[in-house]
Each structure stands twice: as C-alpha cells, then as structure tokens.
Ligand binder design. Structure first.
Ligand code: ADP
Length: 280
C-alpha cells in the first residue's frame, strides 16, 4: 500500500495525465500539502472513480487535472496538451472545449428548460450544438420527453441526468463528476451512475468521478485510492464489497489519524440498495 501507483494508462491513451503533481496551500505552520507528488494517467474511454478519506486530496486532484486550479509543482496534461503554465484565457478556452463537469448540487438554471440548460455552455461559447450527437446524448440519458420541463418539474435524478447531458453535450475529452450522487436518494443515484456508465460504454466518453460511496465506485472500471495527498492503491473491476474492504484497511491502518472522518468506515449507506447498486 505504500507503493505509489504511477500511471493507469499509457500516456498516448490518457485523457488526462499528471506527473509529480504537488499542491500546497498556505505557508509556514499553516501549510497543507493537499497533493504530494501524484503521478496518474486517466484512461481514455474509461470510467475512473477517485476515493479516499475526507481531506485526502480528491477534489484538489480533480481541480488540478481539470485546469480549475494551479499546481505548486509537477505537470498536468489534458489529452496531449500540457496545461501547466497556461494563462487564464487559454485555460478557460481549453476547459470549455475539452472538459465537462457534473457537480453534487446539479447547478441547473431554474428559469431555463432542460434542453436550454443542456445547451447553455455551448450557447455561451457561441458554438452550435452538434445535432446528431446531442440527440444521442439525450436518448442515452432518456431525457427526450423531459426537454421542455424546468428543473423544478424534474426529480433529483432527472435533474442530475440533465446536468450529465450538459456535461456531455459539447463532446468533451473528459467529464469530471464530483460526488454526483451525493444529493440523491439511492434509486436516483443509481440512475445517474448507470447513465455515466452508458456515457462511457455507448458514447465512448471518459468519466472521472470523485465519490466516498463504495456502491457508486463499483460502477467504475477502475478505482484510485487517495490518502494524504498520494495515490496509495488502485482496483480494477471493483465491487462495492471489495472497495469497502479496501477503505476499511486504510482507516484501520496504523498511520490513520484517530477520529479522522473517513466517511467510509461504516456501512455504505443506510438506503444503499441491494443487488442493483453493486454491479454495473
Ligand atoms: P477531499 O476532496 O479528499 O476531501 P481536498 O482536496 O478538498 O480533499 O483537500 C485536501 C487538503 O487540502 C485538506 O487538508 C484541505 O483542508 C486542504 N485544502 C483544500 N482546499 C484548500 C484551500 N483552498 N485552502 C487551504 N487548504 C485547502
């Protein structure tokens, strides 16, 4: 477990990559090392989950890989393009063209219909949606009969599916999902996870999902485990049980801070559903 995992995909097949990625916050006594020399390659066309205790660096890793945050040391690539050292304007453009985001809080505009929400980023960028691709995304997410509804007229799961469609609409190089099921009941969460899965399997997208839920991670192809700003392990073809077991090893490890909120040491979730949640 102490061996750092270096890379999960050859660089040519990586949708995003980092080498020696270090991120610190603050100075002196308040200095926090959020990421400590992370080497990682996110496989293209794969569904990768990032797990780890609270404060282990999951969000920071996602933000640095997505070009939302600057790095303190190391290098980051989106596809073949190195993003470390790019100026704000270039970074904004690159992000807009290559990255989609799904947030825990959906972040839909209440006054717009589902369809308008889905195409909003492209409207802002002055780009015309690719009609056939958009239809494919909407069909895959089974949103065809909900396009004229406003967010308040949709269930939580449907709203998050709209947010997924919005992230996929511009056909980004990769989609980052930050606890996408965190605000959903288990059934709606399952819907969203299945659609993220379908985005990978049917549409060939690349998805990186930060989660603390072993049931959610079980939908991924690969789970990366973070602890104290390092990738300490990975698991291909995860099951909820295996992920939970691995997390318990981490939280029981001698170095684990006492009383630290792992968010992972208990049972997956009181509402965690039975058979459907563990598989794909
Ligand atoms: P996770 O997503 O796994 O909960 P984070 O990436 O949010 O972890 O945080 C990793 C570490 O960096 C934590 O110790 C956190 O307190 C610290 N951190 C994150 N963002 C900031 C910030 N803006 N300023 C100072 N410290 C931060």
């Amino acid at each position: 477990m102490s061996t750092p995992v270096t890379g999960t995909a050859p660089s040519g097949e990586a949708a995003a990559r980092a080498a020696g990625l270090t991120k610190t916050y603050g100075m002196g006594e308040t200095r926090v090392v959020a990421l400590d020399g992370v080497d990682v390659a996110i496989g293209r066309g794969r569904f990768t989950a990032v797990m780890g205790p609270s404060g282990s660096g999951k969000s920071t890793l996602m933000h640095c890989l997505a070009g939302l945050d600057t790095v303190s040391a190391g290098r980051v690539w989106l596809g073949e393009r190195e993003i470390t050292g790019l100026g704000d304007r270039e970074l904004t453009r690159l992000r807009r063209d290559r990255v989609g985001f799904v947030f825990q809080a959906f972040n839909l505009l209440p006054t717009l219909t589902a369809e308008e929400n889905i195409t909003l980023p492209m409207d802002i960028a002055g780009r015309r949606p690719d009609g056939p691709w958009l239809r494919e995304v909407i069909d895959t997410l089974r949103l065809g009969d909900r396009l004229r509804h406003r967010p308040a007229q949709l269930s939580g799961g449907q709203q998050q599916r709209v947010a997924c469609a919005r992230a996929l609409a511009a056909r980004p190089e990769l989609v980052f999902a930050d606890e996408p099921t965190g605000n959903l009941d288990s059934r709606s969460g399952l819907e969203v996870l299945r659609f993220l899965r379908a985005a990978v399997d049917t549409l060939g997208q690349t998805v990186v999902m930060v989660t603390h839920d072993p049931n959610a991670a079980a939908h991924a192809d690969l789970v990366l485990f973070l602890a104290d700003g390092r990738i300490v392990d990975e698991m291909a073809g995860p099951t909820a049980e295996a992920v939970l077991e691995r997390m318990q090893i981490f939280s029981d490890a001698p170095g684990a801070p006492p009383g630290k909120d792992t968010g992972l040491s208990g049972p997956p979730s009181p509402q965690a559903p039975g058979p459907a949640s563990g598989g794909r």
